[in-house]
Design a protein around this ligand. Structure first.
Ligand code: AGP
Length: 610
């Protein structure tokens, strides 16, 4: 969702800020804008569409200065247009703000500000912030006015303020929307996310909710909404700049698909030793304190939710722990009664997803414990949780999650092995087999990736189809959901649905007709024969069966219109391996259809509003 950048320092603010903003493109947006402070005044430029169109506009009339705020907007209140694009200025053009989030009480504030004589130019909720600061600044210094304005807001915000009267300071604040501070050499940054500033600095200060920052070229000064000073050390980010670049691939998604063997190697590193799983001290203490009758609830959204569904099979069958999996957006409103014997496991790549964060906060309020499985270090959810298992997949830039998903599954497998052994639920031989399967994953994923050309050929054959089913059972039922999500996410022309294969006869089969493509997950498992029966049922209705099966399974050949093989692995780990052809298939169908793969329309990488 919306990307924010603020810059102050020795460089040319326009080019530095736009360079940073372009690195946030993956968040999804429909317009962009910048306010640059030159020696006299603020110059604002905005454009609907892509950042390159804003850059083109700027090339015609370039503003220069030492400070700027800029923004890529994902529309919530008001259509994507020039007047609704950020930054929004006050009545006099002295102040400008950029904002990510939703101000829930904007209508009542706007009514009051209109009555006080303020003139609004946009339909956004954001614009009330700048007028509110303008109004309050009539009676107090800008810093106080900014804090008092924030105190009147209800909802989520990451916001940056620039003022022509304060040329050496920017202001920023966050509440439930991400905002970080970067500290460079004679320059400083605000940004929604680390990749934005990686080419300028790796020194980062993570902000907590309801914290305000005064930013000068020398660095940040943090305070609470009441103006009390906050001390916070900076952290040095370990992600490399290269990891946030395409590295010769046409799309981030393809690069990230191919990074999976390495990502999983990193997920496993120092954690799996023989058949023993080790976590850091905090996580180990957390896990060792779980009661024998602990209730586990996994919450997540989208792809991370699918990972949670796979985790449910592993934890219930191997560790014998009852698990519920809930969409975070439902969990937060379900009115569940949680208690001290409840552990909520929040799975999230970004650590910033609004519903998952709200679910985590709700769980804590009710006395439950929270374990996060997260990719982004020091993100909001990672900081809220009592313990975190980082996936260590490296930055994931493409909107469609790939390596984050398989690394989440790997963490869930490690967690399962740890708890199963601790609770003595897994016979030693099975534990050893499972651990060997885990250790072999990077090599198996390499082999699955080596099959890319075969997957591409199948994708070419079905690229013009407009409806797909994906069917699987047991551990590969969530794989079917995930495969379908990948395709519809990056190929908006296509409708794809994932189902539990056993559900087909309860409705979806009615649509199958000649040529309707159905992707089957049919790797070796105790339900293999049942899946083969489902394939027969589709064939009987002249549907086209694209079958993902285990290497060496010759039996299945005669049932498949197209066969894609994957290396054989432990049944519980097979969703990690089958993810590869599912991702590649979606990628190549989308590429054949000329889709905008890394930035599909209307989607955002990190959904930071409800
Ligand atoms: C995945 O391809 C999607 N981009 C989306 O479903 C994503 O998984 C979901 O928004 C959750 O994000 P998170 O993992 O950052 O919380």
């Amino acid at each position: 969702m919306c990307g924010i950048v603020g810059y102050i320092g020795k460089g040319d603010a326009t080019s530095v800020a736009l360079d940073c903003l372009a690195r946030l493109e993956y968040r999804g947006y429909d317009s962009a804008g910048i306010a640059v402070l030159n020696s006299k005044r603020l110059e604002v430029r905005k454009r609907p569409g892509k950042i390159k169109e804003l850059i083109e506009l700027i090339r015609q009339r370039p503003p220069h200065g030492h400070a700027a705020v800029c923004h890529s907007r994902w529309a919530t209140h008001g259509e994507p247009s020039e007047r609704n694009a950020h930054p929004h200025a006050d009545c006099t053009g002295t102040l400008a703000v950029v904002h990510n989030g939703i101000i829930e009480n904007y209508a009542e504030l706007k009514e009051r500000l209109l009555a006080e004589g303020h003139r609004f130019r946009s339909q956004t909720d954001t614009e009330i912030i700048v007028h509110l600061v303008e109004e309050l600044a009539k009676r107090q210094p800008i810093e106080t006015a900014f804090r008092l304005a924030l105190k009147q807001l209800r909802g989520a915000y990451a916001v940056c303020l620039i003022s022509a009267k304060e040329p050496h300071r920017l202001f920023g604040a966050r509440n439930s929307s991400p905002l970080i501070v970067g500290i460079g050499d004679g320059e400083a940054f605000f940004a929604s996310d680390v990749p934005a500033i990686l080419s300028h600095t790796r020194r980062v200060v993570y902000l907590n909710d309801e914290e305000v920052v005064e930013l000068t070229a020398g660095g940040p000064r943090l305070m609470t909404l009441d103006g009390k000073p906050v001390q916070r050390e900076s952290t040095t980010v370990t992600w490399s700049l290269e990891s946030a670049r395409k590295g010769g691939y046409p799309h981030f998604m393809l690069k990230e698909i191919h990074e999976q063997p390495l990502a999983i190697e990193h997920t496993l590193a120092n954690r799996l030793v023989g058949d023993t799983v080790r976590f850091d001290r905090r996580t180990t203490q957390f896990l060792d304190r779980l009661s024998d009758d602990e209730q586990l609830i996994i919450i997540a959204c989208g792809t991370a939710y699918h990972a949670g569904l796979v985790g449910e099979y592993m934890l219930e069958e191997l560790a014998r722990i009852p698990v519920d999996v809930d969409l975070a957006s439902e969990f937060r409103y379900r009115g569940s009664r949680l208690g001290r014997r409840t552990t909520v496991i929040a799975i999230t790549q970004s650590g910033e997803t609004a519903d998952t964060l709200a679910g985590v906060k709700m769980a804590k309020t009710q006395g439950a414990k929270v374990l996060a499985i997260c990719n982004v270090m020091s993100s909001s959810i990672a900081r809220e949780a009592d313990a975190v298992i980082y996936t260590h997949a490296g930055p994931e830039i493409a909107v469609a999650s790939t390596k984050a998903y398989t690394s989440q599954l790997t963490v869930l497998a490690l967690l399962t092995l740890y708890l199963a052994k601790k609770r003595k639920q897994l016979p030693a031989a099975q534990a050893k087999r499972f651990a060997r399967g885990l250790a072999a994953l990077p090599a198996l994923l390499e082999r699955a990736l080596a099959n890319e050309q075969a997957v591409k050929a199948v994708a070419a054959k079905y690229a013009s189809a407009r409806n797909f089913y994906y069917l699987g059972r047991r551990h590969n039922y969530p794989s079917a959901l995930e495969g379908a999500l990948k395709l519809k996410e990056i190929c908006p022309l296509i409708h794809a649905e994932g189902y539990a294969a056993g559900e087909m006869k309860h409705g979806p089969i009615s649509l199958i007709r000649k040529g309707w493509p159905v992707v089957f997950l049919a790797t070796r498992s105790p339900v293999y024969e049942k899946i083969v029966s489902n394939i027969e049922e589709v064939r009987a209705r002249k549907g086209e069966c694209i079958v993902i099966a285990s290497e060496g399974d010759d039996h299945i050949r005669c049932y498949a219109d197209r066969l894609i093989t994957v290396p054989q692995t432990d049944e519980f780990l097979s969703p990690i391996v089958t993810a590869i052809p599912l991702q590649l298939f979606a990628y190549h169908v989308a590429a054949a259809n000329g889709c905008d793969i890394d930035q599909p329309p209307n989607l955002a990488k990190s959904v930071t509003v409800e």
